[in-house]
Design a protein around this ligand. Structure first.
Ligand SMILES: CC(C)(COP(=O)(O)OP(=O)(O)OC[C@H]1O[C@@H](n2cnc3c(N)ncnc32)[C@H](O)[C@@H]1OP(=O)(O)O)[C@@H](O)C(=O)NCCC(=O)NCCS
Length: 150
């Protein structure tokens, strides 16, 4: 099994990224209106990331560099049929390595409450002090954080 984590650059990978997010985080939750043209996706300090397994896209997230040494991980998802096989854990580790590579020392996530156990299992803890304003404070979400060892 060969995993790679890429920062998305070409149209085919953007398509896979949006398809995974649309189905995992909108349709499965009974939501519609996923917008794949939001300008935030293309900001230079927002890193749209695709996890590939044997060259096929299976997981996504976006890492927003807050440019203060920390970042926010947004919309983590693994293709539904491939969950509970350890791919999410691999994505989490690879995103952490990626974040370390761009000089970050701490990460935040606003976790859907039904995903909290996944984050706890991968080393995240609930935020107990201050969190970045951009993390937001959405109902039904848990604010979590993780330090990155240099
Ligand atoms: C959350 C998500 C990314 C996890 O990906 P995954 O590939 O299933 O995760 P893994 O198989 O690597 O799980 C790692 C550990 O997390 C925990 N975990 C993962 N999913 C879990 C669940 N549904 N319930 C309880 N624990 C869970 C387990 O401890 C698991 O280890 P185990 O399988 O050895 O018990 C995936 O379930 C997903 O895409 N969910 C839909 C989108 C979503 O809710 N994203 C989070 C938004 S904040």
């Amino acid at each position: 099994m060969k995993y790679t984590l890429i920062r998305i650059a070409d149209a085919a990978d953007w398509q896979v990224y949006h398809a995974i997010r649309r189905s995992s985080l909108w349709e499965e939750r009974g939501l519609d209106g996923y917008d794949d043209a939001r300008p935030q996706e293309r900001f230079a300090h927002h890193h749209a990331l695709l996890l590939k397994l044997n060259e096929k896209g299976i997981g996504t997230t976006r890492l927003d560099d807050l440019r203060d040494g920390t970042g926010i991980v947004r919309l983590v998802a693994i293709t539904a049929s491939l969950r509970r096989q350890g791919h999410g854990r691999v994505l989490d580790t690879m995103v952490e390595d990626y974040a370390r590579g761009i000089g970050l020392s701490g990460l935040f996530v606003s976790a859907a409450s039904d995903a909290e156990r996944f984050y706890t299992a991968t080393g995240w803890t609930r935020v107990t002090t201050q969190a970045p304003e951009l993390l937001g404070d959405a109902d039904g979400c848990v604010r979590m954080t993780k330090s990155i060892v240099p």
